[in-house]
Design a protein around this ligand. Sequence first.
Ligand code: NAD
Length: 503
Amino acid sequence: MSETRVEQTRTYSRLYIGGEHVDSSDGSTFQIINPANQGVVAEVAKATPEDARAAVEAAQQAFRSWAKIPAAQRAESVFRAGELIRSRKDELARLLTIEEGKALRESAVEVGEAYKAFMYFAGEGRRLWSIVTPSEQPEKFAMTVRRPLGVVVVITPWNFPIVTPSWGIAPALVCGNTVVFKPASNTPLVAAALVDLLAEAGVPQGVINLITGPGGTVGETLLSHPDVKAVTFTGESATGKRVAEMNAQFLRRQVLELGGKNPLIVARDCELDLTVGAALFASFSNTGQRCTCTSRIIVEKPLVEAFTRKFVDVASGLRVGNGLHPHTEMGPVVSQGAFDKIHRYIDIGVREGAKLLTGGYKYTDSERSRGFFIPPTVFGDVSNDMKIAQDEIFGPVVGILEAANIDDAIAIANDTRYGLSSAIYTKDIQNAYKAIEEIDAGVTFINQGTSGVEVGASFGGVKDSGYGRELGEAAIDHFTEKKTVYIDYSYARRPWFFPWESS
Ligand code: NAD
């Protein structure tokens, strides 16, 4: 990692444009705060609109030559980057924990998932299949070929600062596009490290560019540029709608991966201990800051009491602390803003009449009071019309709701503006199929919590949770344009209409 290092002392991270590490054009910077102790860990270049335009222009300039390199060869750079990610796993995981806060073991898993994305899409470089269709005519050939799009913008949030960018960047590059990457302002350090690894792996100048800075200015400048041909955006639903408005000006291709309010249904026939464990992970892993986290646990009435007792018991025992401590199970939330917002929702839940069963308080011990720590928080007696059941809180807060039966549970699950992930725990195949057929969500897990998607299967949401799909075969469709080719080798056919027919 040539330019971005975080050790004990503060470091400086720059933009990466056209193969050069550069300061922002007006020299301005912003600070990165460690959410575990509020220490300043880095200064980061704050790009100007001029820098954002320069990045698109560098990517546009690099596009023609990168697109001409055979896909299998492009994929070799992506493969090498994957190998570098794996070989630097510990270093990257530590950096990730310092800037985002999650427990070190979760950071290590995330880095491992980024490695998988690079390996999976490197393999695609030897496929990029398209279709040959039997022609209606003799001695005629009909097929589609895939072509790269051009400059692609990848805009990402802070909660998965290495895996979310990898899901966009790796397939975009293998498909022959060049990339301008704009990470969230809370987590630019891992982003910069990822870009440095790509350069080290041999990705040519201008093919990958990094712009750090506020979404409202540099993000919008990128989206205003006519040379940008596609956007992969991950973030809040409200921001996604703004991004879609801007993309509409150019009829631009887009994938929007947005918020969620994910239900986990607990059927009366489920394996209780297994379900409690899965619900715990789905609710509180990554400190509840996954787009796919469970935030509504919908339990069939006969099991509500037993499930709640066991769930609250294990949730209140989770070890909360600095993510760098080896025994930590749940780190802090990402920022002061997130901390304040989550506490506002905890107060709302209490005022709405939900029963605070555990958590909800502020730590007073000397270590945790310095950071943005929130204990695992569980509300009981939640009804689905409460704000805490409808709004995305994006923190370690989950509500337990009662359902009369599975049909009622599915109706509650669907009564939301979101539709990202969903899950059911059951041994009854009819329940499972009902969930598959009737839950309005991009993902339904059967006997798995709402989190844990795999790179080989497409991923995305419905309703306010998103538009389009990434990963798997969907990523290849997103990052390539299909051109249809007809080849007539008969040298005989004539169009039927004037003037040839009459001659
Ligand atoms: P956010 O919408 O505030 O920001 C996301 C990114 O967009 C950041 O890089 C930000 O700088 C940029 N941005 C902000 N305003 C912009 C604008 N006007 N134009 C262009 N870019 C702009 O989201 P966040 O707080 O960073 O992330 C949390 C959200 O992300 C949650 O809602 C979560 O559910 C969602 N998320 C969704 C998925 C998914 O796959 N569906 C995955 C992870 C996170």
